[in-house]
Write a protein that binds this ligand. Sequence first.
Ligand code: GUN
Length: 291
Amino acid sequence: MDARLDGRAVAESVRAATRQAVESFAQDAAPPALAVVLVGDHPASASYVRGKKKAAAEVGIESTVHRRADSISQDDLLALVDTLNTDDAVDGILVQLPLPDHIDPHAVIEAIDPAKDVDGFHPQNLGRLLIGMPQFTPATPSGIMVLLEHALDDLSGQRAVVVGRSNIVGKPLAALLMQRNANATVTVCHSRTRDLAAHTREADIVVAAVGRPKLITADMVREGVTVIDVGINRVDDETRERGYRLVGDVDYDAIAPKAHAITPVPGGVGPMTIAMLLRNTLQAAQQHRGQ
Ligand code: GUN
């Protein structure tokens, strides 16, 4: 059996469902409106924002990108967020991360109205997720849960090892996996974990979200493992016109032959993240307009 877990195909089915739901929502209301804030000209961020805008248009969601220079002050950025919070025509707000060093990302995320926080990064939304009362679930972890549901009949009792403890992937994913509706047994590993391989070798599910090419090698996983690769790393490649290619955190070619399922990079988690963001934006519009 081919172990490749095709995120593009799964994301397309999520987007198709969202497109239909947006169409019926917009029959008697303005289409859902997403405001995207992009600070500076980080090439990867600019490329993600273009991808989000294009995908939003394809499902009928209106998006407006608010570009600001790297030099914007924190106060001015907070003022922009406040304007979007109070603008009744805006249903969802997303501030693309990372932000320049002189801006505290926590302050900016906390300034977003939790009811418009389609990224699900606000402490209120992350707290709600942790106690099993989610409002907006961060897009990457919820996309990973959809992929796991495709790959496995039942997560109950499965040993999941999450490598990486970021606020936007590792921590919320651990919360989702251990929730009562998933029932996985979760271990979170990170840069100070002793003997990472001893943990991953015991796992039925390995999720790598660290940002290090080939961190997870074939000797670190068991036969029949399901692997989700969240890494998006640029490595130099002179055979490509743009001079680099994208690779994940996992040695895909070496692991695929022994895996039950494994996501490629690109074409795995990335498309799911965008699809789940669109779903969150529709949800924000439905809640905001009382539908
Ligand atoms: N930077 C990397 N991933 C994300 C994401 O999911 N949302 C935002 N806003 N910024 C990101």
